[in-house]
Design a protein around this ligand. Structure first.
Ligand SMILES: [Fe+2]
Ligand SMILES: [Fe+2]
Length: 267
């Protein structure tokens, strides 16, 4: 059975993360799926790929009534996030809202042409779960997708970060889903962030925006969550990281041409 951990609970306001499935088929990347409940309503964030849909459905329906799912949110367009869309729509209420960046609606429609999306504008928007729980979609464009969003829950002070903060190859023997030793965790995040994030300017803007939100927990779509002091440590680490690791390959073995100033010969 897919693992499920409750990350936050205050009355019926709850954050659950699903993943670390021991029966996950070989060759597919490990993902976290998030369900938030409040006021009898639920939202699913990045509900996953179609290969793990049966496991995810079993784990979700053991905990919530599918009729409570009013909102399905995709941080971006990747198949590990949204290829399950046509299957979820078969088990969700017909008026479920499906959110993805306006940039991606026509692309994600290749998974399910009949979905009527709620396109997210570049500046983001709000998903109202209950009178006291409103989720804010925070722009995270170019990190890594050009149309990409994080989700902040001000009442819980938790930020769902999508692919930001992703780690691969983590061990979680206690099943806490939580980073324990930040320094030991950095090598599990670094290759992904260096290769997949293409814009230092976009990174700087997101780090600044998230610092003003002051979350106490970051929940990525891959790997372990970061809490309390680790939130600031993560933002500091990400803010100082060298990005665009793939660009050397574009230049090829010769590298970039020497700058004009370097080629000028003395007269
Ligand atoms: Fe992605
Ligand atoms: Fe991802």
């Amino acid at each position: 059975m897919m693992n499920c951990v409750t990350l936050f609970r205050d009355g019926d306001h709850r954050w659950m993360v699903f993943g670390q499935d021991p029966a996950r088929p070989d060759g597919i990347i490990d993902t976290n799926q998030v369900v938030i409940t409040a006021g009898g309503n639920s939202a699913m964030l990045d509900p996953g790929g179609l290969e793990l849909f049966p496991h995810m459905l079993e784990a979700v329906t053991a905990r919530i009534d599918m009729d409570s799912v009013r909102h399905v949110f995709f941080s971006h367009q990747d198949p590990d996030i949204c290829s399950s869309l046509p299957l979820w729509r078969q088990v969700c209420r017909p008026d479920v809202k499906v959110y993805v960046s306006w940039m991606w609606t026509g692309f994600v429609s290749h998974f399910d042409r009949e979905t009527e999306f709620d396109p997210i504008p570049d500046e983001g928007g709000t998903i109202r779960l209950s009178p006291s729980v409103q989720l804010e979609m925070i722009p995270a464009h170019y990190l890594h997708s050009p149309g990409n969003f994080s989700v902040f829950d001000p009442a819980a002070r938790i930020l769902f970060t999508g692919d930001l903060g992703a780690s691969l190859g983590h061990e979680d023997p206690q099943g806490t889903y939580t980073v324990d030793d930040f320094d030991a965790h950095v090598p599990l995040m670094e290759p992904f962030h260096r290769r997949w994030l293409g814009s230092a300017e976009a990174r700087d803007a997101w780090v600044h925006r998230v610092a003003t939100l002051d979350p106490r927990m970051l929940v990525p779509q891959h790997g372990l969550v970061m809490k309390d002091d680790h939130v600031k440590r993560f933002l500091d680490w990400l803010g100082g990281l060298d990005l665009s690791a793939g660009i050397d390959a574009v230049w090829g073995p010769g590298g970039p041409p020497a700058k004009a100033a370097d080629q000028r010969s003395p007269r």
